[in-house]
Design a protein around this ligand. Structure first.
Ligand code: HEC
Ligand code: HEC
Ligand code: HEC
Ligand code: HEC
Ligand code: HEC
Length: 187
């Protein structure tokens, strides 16, 4: 039973308190959401994109972007084999033995060259063994590298910008009348 009299004045006050609590709760949730959205989201993004530290801080942005070196100058097998291939140290030295850049990274590169030691680049893209893929067929159809690897020429550190899952392959095959039967890619 509701009491009347001296206690009646408590009711409006506790209503205000409850209302204030609700407002505070909404603001708190909003604030947490704001923090998560603006701070956590970029970290999540950088966690979900595979961008390993490489043995030398080689920059596609500098070489393929700013200096406009053709992708296939370094990835020379792309048009004639399954693999695109990663350039040898001596290919880098075609330029770097003539350039006098005083830097720790170039010193490291030169050391590898002098000792005939290959650079162990960490693979970015690697399909599971059950899938067969060949660059040659795709390059012959003049499909741009960027269709499957994203804007590599903008990357200071290389990263896996594109997910090569089955629907990624199938969608383009469907759109372009390329074969879609299972044995095309699973042999
Ligand atoms: C139709 C999609 C497609 C196109 C176009 C394409 N790639 Fe690839 N690339 C792939 C896939 C898929 C892999 C992973 C292959 C594997 O693991 O067997 C790969 C792997 C690579 C690799 C690492 C392994 C290797 O083959 O040496 C390099 C380097 C590469 N691509 C460079 C290029 C360059 C440069 C171009 C343009 C000249 C290009 N790719 C065009 C899909 C593509
Ligand atoms: C076609 C010529 C050419 C080739 C090939 C080449 N580079 Fe370079 N590289 C340059 C030029 C030019 C610069 C300097 C650009 C500048 O500083 O203005 C440079 C800069 C660099 C730098 C930055 C140096 C620093 O610390 O400032 C690194 C690291 C590097 N190259 C590594 C490599 C590696 C590794 C390869 C082989 C995979 C390679 N380069 C192949 C032309 C080339
Ligand atoms: C001067 C040489 C050079 C040029 C030019 C160059 N690359 Fe590369 N690329 C490399 C080296 C070295 C690596 C291995 C280190 C790395 O991943 O950054 C590599 C790695 C890659 C990979 C990842 C291979 C894997 O799966 O590990 C792709 C994809 C690629 N390059 C695409 C391109 C495309 C597309 C272009 C043109 C826009 C290009 N590259 C131009 C030297 C080059
Ligand atoms: C951007 C479009 C595109 C993407 C993405 C693509 N392909 Fe293709 N692929 C083609 C086209 C077009 C052909 C037909 C080439 C021809 O007619 O010679 C082809 C042909 C092939 C062939 C040869 C088929 C045959 O029997 O002649 C294989 C294998 C293949 N692709 C595998 C893959 C795999 C695996 C992926 C994903 C990792 C992939 N492709 C992604 C466009 C694409
Ligand atoms: C154009 C190329 C292509 C064709 C055609 C294709 N696949 Fe795949 N498939 C792939 C690729 C690429 C993967 C690897 C996906 C990954 O690593 O996420 C894959 C993965 C798979 C897997 C492993 C599970 C999974 O989803 O990762 C199965 C099972 C599979 N495919 C079955 C099939 C069947 C059945 C067909 C025919 C209806 C087919 N595939 C046609 C490219 C293809």
């Amino acid at each position: 039973m509701r009491k009347i009299g001296g206690h009646a004045s408590l009711k409006p006050r506790s209503d205000i308190a409850r209302f204030a609590t609700k407002i505070l709760a909404v603001l708190a949730v909003g604030f947490i959401g704001f923090v998560v959205f603006f701070y956590a989201a970029p970290f999540q993004y950088s966690f979900s994109v595979w961008a390993p530290d490489q043995p030398i801080a080689y920059s596609h942005k500098l070489h393929a972007g700013d200096l406009e070196i053709n992708c296939q100058y370094c990835h020379a097998y792309a048009r004639r084999s399954e693999m695109a291939g990663v350039p040898s140290v001596s290919k880098c030295m075609n330029c770097h033995s003539n350039l006098t850049i005083d830097s720790e990274q170039i010193a490291k590169l030169t050391e590898h060259y002098d000792q005939d030691k290959p650079l162990e680049w960490i693979r970015i893209y690697d399909l599971p063994d059950l899938v067969w893929f060949s660059h040659k067929r795709h390059i012959a159809k003049e499909i741009a590298c960027q269709k499957c690897h994203g804007p590599v020429q903008t990357l200071v550190t290389n990263a896996r910008l594109v997910k090569h899952n089955m629907s990624f392959c199938l969608n383009c095959h469907q759109e372009n009348g390329a074969p879609t039967d299972c044995l095309t890619c699973h042999m």
